[in-house]
Design a protein around this ligand. Structure first.
Ligand code: ARG
Length: 458
């Protein structure tokens, strides 16, 4: 049998394989609430403009609300023959209210309908991500406050570089997730325009009021160009871009947690709640949650590339290719929400092993730069020469198998006679960290300022 929505032109129904490749109901049923909300706003506007009667509008709105509760209570029967959420809802509406249902689609197309539903969904999802990121930032602020003075090694090339504080390291992540949250807020602003009323692509001859529907649906204003409106999936691409950047941050953090929780590093201990054991090796405690966060990032990045690739060859306006937008966004959204929540849990729960961090901070000649800086400041050496002298001191310490601070004054003076006992004041990790008071530096006093700045904005 031919289709009840466009049967007029068709003698037969689709091939089985056509139905299978064409249907999106399996995933776009997720848009049911947005679809119904959009239809209620559209019908209300049509009646307000005198395009449909008030009586038909009342029947439509009542029917749509019935469908909403049918779906939410699990009674609704979705049909693949009806392709997508839009036609499933409309067909059910016809069963419920009869002929009036046929007036709902006046001055509308599935092209602007799907653009509306999906935009509403993405906007709501971004609002959820904003809240989740705020919790993650809060978890980091607590740890940073607790550990503003906890010394750990800072790394470059994953080689010990200079001592920093764990609080400072935590605040680096606060900056990253703070930027992600700003991107979320900007994206919400970018997409805050209502597509409904663009119709198939050219607008409509009916005297609709797009400002009215835009307002009813919580958008700032209607979109300006009907062709762009049904062609545009920038809001989905922007969501995926933001998700990918955020997931990249989460993945770097996950990687650090994996490294820090090894017995070799031993900087943190994961709580039982966020680790697993081994079925064969009884001693094991594995950072599975962190590893899965790292892996989810691959999925999310893949979704961005998939949708960019779908969109890149499409002529204006709508093409069915665009139906493939939703699964990428739904999957990425689910992965991102999980990753942020798991990371928030891990950060809140993990035990910081301050003794291990401090011991590691002092090894690997991490205060060599402090020695060089002292030579510049106290002995007037040019920095390049101070660098060279310090390099010789490191080589000597290495040869003797000791730390810089364990070299004797005679040893140091044999390298450069200008060195005095005052040098030993700067060779400890605490002195090193406390000295780095430049704006944004690792000194506990500076880290506390960073925390206060964020507390006022979180
Ligand atoms: N299910 C479709 C989608 O997700 C709805 C729009 C269909 N429009 C069309 N002209 N076939 O994109």
């Amino acid at each position: 049998s031919s289709n009840q929505m466009w049967g007029g032109r068709f003698a037969s129904g689709p091939a089985a394989i056509m139905e299978e490749i064409n249907a999106s109901i399996g995933f776009d049923k997720k848009l049911y609430a947005q679809d119904i909300r959009g239809s209620i706003a559209h019908a209300t506007m049509l009646a307000h403009q005198g395009i449909i009667s008030a009586d038909d509008k009342d029947k439509i709105v009542h029917g749509l609300n019935t469908i909403l509760s049918e779906i939410e209570s699990g009674q609704f029967v979705f049909s693949r023959k009806l392709e997508d959420i839009h036609m499933n809802v409309e067909a059910r509406l016809a069963e419920l209210i009869g002929a009036a249902a046929g007036r709902l689609h006046t001055a509308r197309s599935r092209n602007d309908q799907v653009a509306l539903d999906f935009r509403l969904w993405v906007k709501e999802e971004l609002q959820k991500v904003e809240v989740s990121l705020t919790s993650l930032i809060a978890a980091f602020l607590d740890r940073a406050e607790e550990h503003a003075d906890t010394v750990m090694p800072g790394f470059t090339h994953l080689q010990t570089a200079q001592p920093v504080t764990f609080g400072h390291h935590c605040m680096a992540y606060v900056e990253m997730f703070g930027r992600d949250r700003q991107r979320v807020r900007h994206a919400i602003e970018h997409m805050d325009e209502s597509p409904i009323g663009a119709a198939a692509l050219a607008g409509t001859g009916f005297a609709i009021d797009r400002h009215m529907t835009a307002k009813a649906l919580g958008f700032r204003e209607p979109t300006r160009n009907s062709i762009d409106t049904v062609s545009d999936r920038d809001f989905a691409l922007e969501f995926l871009s933001i998700a990918s950047i955020c997931a990249t941050h989460l993945s770097r953090l996950a990687e650090e947690i994996v490294i820090w929780s090894t017995p070799q590093f031993g900087f943190v201990r994961l709580s039982d709640a966020f680790s697993t054991g081994s079925s064969i090796m009884p001693q094991k405690k594995n950072p599975d949650a962190a590893e899965l966060v790292r892996a989810k990032t691959g999925r999310i990045n893949g979704s961005l590339i998939a949708l960019l690739t779908v969109m890149k060859g499409l002529p204006l306006a709508y093409s069915k290719d665009m139906q493939e937008d939703k699964e990428q966004v739904f999957d990425a959204a689910e992965s991102l929400e999980l990753a942020i929540a798991a990371m928030t849990g891990m950060i809140g729960d993990l035990t910081v092993r301050t003794d291990r961090m401090k011991a590691a901070a002092g090894s690997g000649y991490s205060t060599a730069t402090d020695l060089a800086d002292w030579l510049v400041r106290e002995a007037g050496l040019p920095f390049r020469e101070a660098h060279h002298v310090t390099g010789r001191a490191v080589a000597l310490a290495e040869q003797k198998g000791c730390d810089l601070a364990e070299l004797s004054l005679e040893d140091l003076q044999s390298i450069n006679p200008a060195i005095t006992a005052g040098i030993f004041d700067v060779l400890t990790v605490e002195a090193s960290v406390a000295s780095r008071k430049s704006f944004g530096g690792t000194a506990p006093s500076e880290v506390k300022k960073q925390i206060a700045w964020w507390r006022a904005r979180n």
